[in-house]
Structures are given as structure tokens and as C-alpha cells.
Design a protein around this ligand. Structure first.
Ligand SMILES: Nc1ncnc2c1ncn2[C@@H]1O[C@H](COP(=O)(O)OP(=O)(O)OP(=O)(O)O)[C@@H](O)[C@H]1O
Ligand SMILES: [Mg+2]
Length: 304
């Protein structure tokens, strides 16, 4: 079983869109996929065509009431199960405050699925609290959707250095960042090229170290901005059901192929342009962002 947290504490970067469409693509390949909606906003639940219902138990029941996952999950497609969310989940943060071992509730619950499921994908909320820590404690891999613009670098630095490093050190030594997924990509813009170059340079610089992102890379498959990806959720459909020939479907199919190791390099033209981006007068580098504690201390240190 491969277990992956799709995480970035920055809001609106494509976490849910990536989780939903990657899950759908993997399920189409015949793999048994469990998609976990770990966000009280319930967007993944809605994206996959289910209604957020308190009485279903869902992930809230798993986290607060020891509900077994196979009783809490819904089958939403062939080979695809959803552990749905509901706004109730927002209360879990406070309800779990005095629970011993609250950081590893999800890890223990997922263990029961090991023989039944090939892929677990967790759509994390845009915050760094107990839910996110549970996700990072439960998985081996992290995918980080990143919309390439200036502030994205600061957020990424904080996520890697404060959160992922801490959870890996204190709770889950098996945790590693597999890759950054470039989302809402607008090829050819100078800023996008600069950010991508900086992310790649930063990841290269961490090779051979013992940090959890030492072997992370930027996926060759980039997700271009495509309005069909924004439309599909309102129909409760994946991009493959809603508009199978659009760029969004093509990009997520390429991403799935890369995740499955089916392509050596599926690098589309836009990403090639980015990778080759001409050197420019950059004002910020990933190494600056991570090395300098310019961001306030994360809450995570208080929790784990
Ligand atoms: N490649 C894309 N092109 C166009 N629109 C996109 C793309 N990816 C996502 N969107 C849209 O952008 C918005 C934010 O995407 P999404 O909900 O996946 O982000 P998120 O990181 O999960 O947000 P949150 O932090 O609130 O959970 C949504 O309306 C989504 O439909
Ligand atoms: Mg989301």
C-alpha cells in the first residue's frame, strides 16, 4: 500500500483538485484507492460527488469515535472509496486535545486497510494542526501542490522546515517528500519560471542530506490552469468524466502515469520551458527562505 498526504498549508493551491483527479486516475488503472477528506470544508467529498453528512460518521467518526475505516468509507467509483468529511471535523482539533496518542489515530486506523487498498491519498486542510499532523504521521510520502508564485516559496519553506521535518523527527521517521506538483501553471511567465528554477535548485541542494525532502523532485507533469478543472467539482465529476479530452485531464493523466512510474519523462512543453528558464535577476531563493527563520514559529512544534 502506498500512502500519500497531499499537503500545503497555503489555501487554494490545488490540493483537493489534485487528490480527486489523481485518485480517479489511479482507480481507472485498476488500483484500489482510498481518498481521505481531511478538511472540514469537505471539498474532496463534494468533488467526488458525495454529500457531506454528519450521520455518515466518515473521517470524523474515525478520528473521534474509533469507527473502523471500512465502516466509515463510501464507494464512489469503481475501485475508489472516499472517507468523507463534514464540518463537524472542525471540532476534532479541540476534542482531541486531551486524548493520549492523538497524533497517530489515523495511522493506526489505516493499518487495517493495508491488505485491501493499493493507494491512500489524503487531502489535507490548509492549516497546520492536529489533523495535518495525523496525516503526516500516517503516510510514507508527501506530495506538495505548488502554484508557482512568489509567496509560494515562503509557505513551502515553512511547511518543509517547521512541519515535515518535525513530524519526521518526532513521530514518523519513514516520512519523506516525494515531489512537488506544479499546479495552475501558466507556462512562459517569468515569475513561474523563476519559482520553478528556485524550487528545483533548492531540492538539488538537499541531496545527500538526511532531511525528509532529500530525494524529492518536481514532477515533470505540470498541471496547467484549465477552467474545466474548476467546473468539474460542481458536477461531482472527476475531470476524466467531465471533460476527458481537455488539458486538465491530459495533465492529471500524465501525473498519474508518473506517479505509477510508467513514464521516464512525461515532461510537457510548458515544463521544459520552465526548466530551461533563462537566468534572471531573482530576488528570492528557496535556500534563503528555508535557511532564514523569517516566518513565525509554527504551531506544530507545540503539538508534536
Ligand atoms: N489547474 C487548475 N486550473 C484552474 N482552476 C483550478 C486548477 N486547480 C484547481 N483549480 C480551482 O482552484 C480552486 C482551488 O483549488 P483546490 O480546491 O483544489 O485547492 P486547495 O488547495 O484544495 O484549497 P483549500 O486550501 O481551500 O483546501 C478551486 O476552485 C479549483 O476548482
Ligand atoms: Mg482543499
Amino acid at each position: 500500500m502506498r500512502s500519500i498526504a497531499v499537503i500545503n498549508q497555503k489555501g487554494g493551491v490545488g490540493k483537493t483538485t489534485t487528490t480527486a483527479n489523481l485518485a480517479a486516475a489511479l482507480a481507472t488503472e485498476g488500483l484500489k484507492v482510498l481518498a481521505i477528506d481531511f478538511d472540514p470544508q469537505s471539498h474532496l467529498t463534494i468533488n467526488l460527488g458525495a454529500a457531506p453528512r454528519s450521520e455518515d460518521g466518515g473521517i470524523y467518526g474515525v478520528m473521534t469515535d474509533a469507527l473502523p475505516i471500512d465502516e466509515a468509507m463510501l464507494k464512489v467509483r469503481k475501485n475508489l472509496w472516499l472517507l468523507p468529511s463534514h464540518i463537524d471535523l472542525a471540532a476534532a482539533e479541540t476534542e482531541l486535545v486531551s486524548v493520549v496518542g492523538r497524533e497517530v489515530i489515523l495511522r493506526d486506523a489505516i493499518e487495517a486497510m493495508r491488505q485491501k487498498i493499493d493507494y491512500v491519498l489524503i487531502d489535507c486542510p490548509p492549516s497546520l494542526g492536529i489533523l495535518t499532523i495525523n496525516a503526516l504521521s500516517a503516510v510514507k510520502e508527501v506530495f506538495i501542490p505548488l502554484q508557482p508564485h512568489f509567496l509560494a516559496l515562503q509557505g513551502l519553506g515553512r511547511l518543509l522546515d517547521d512541519t515535515i521535518r518535525l513530524v519526521a523527527k518526532r513521530i514518523n521517521p519513514d516520512l519523506s517528500v516525494t515531489a512537488v506538483v506544479l499546479t495552475m501553471y501558466e507556462g512562459g511567465t517569468r515569475l513561474a519560471n523563476e519559482v520553478v528554477d528556485d524550487v528545483k535548485a533548492f531540492l538539488e541542494a538537499s541531496r545527500g542530506t538526511d532531511c525528509p525532502w532529500a530525494s524529492a523532485r518536481v514532477f515533470d507533469a505540470v498541471i496547467r490552469r484549465n477552467v474545466k478543472l474548476a467546473e468539474a467539482p460542481s458536477h461531482g465529476l472527476s475531470i476524466f468524466d467531465y471533460a476527458p479530452r481537455c488539458n486538465g485531464a491530459l495533465d492529471y493523466a500524465r501525473l498519474a502515469a508518473e506517479v505509477l512510474g510508467k513514464v521516464e519523462s512525461a515532461q510537457p512543453a510548458a515544463a521544459k520551458t520552465a526548466a530551461k528558464g533563462a537566468p534572471t535577476d531573482k530576488t528570492i531563493k528557496m535556500s534563503d527562505v528555508v535557511a532564514t527563520p523569517a516566518t513565525p514559529p509554527s504551531d506544530v512544534a507545540n503539538i508534536v
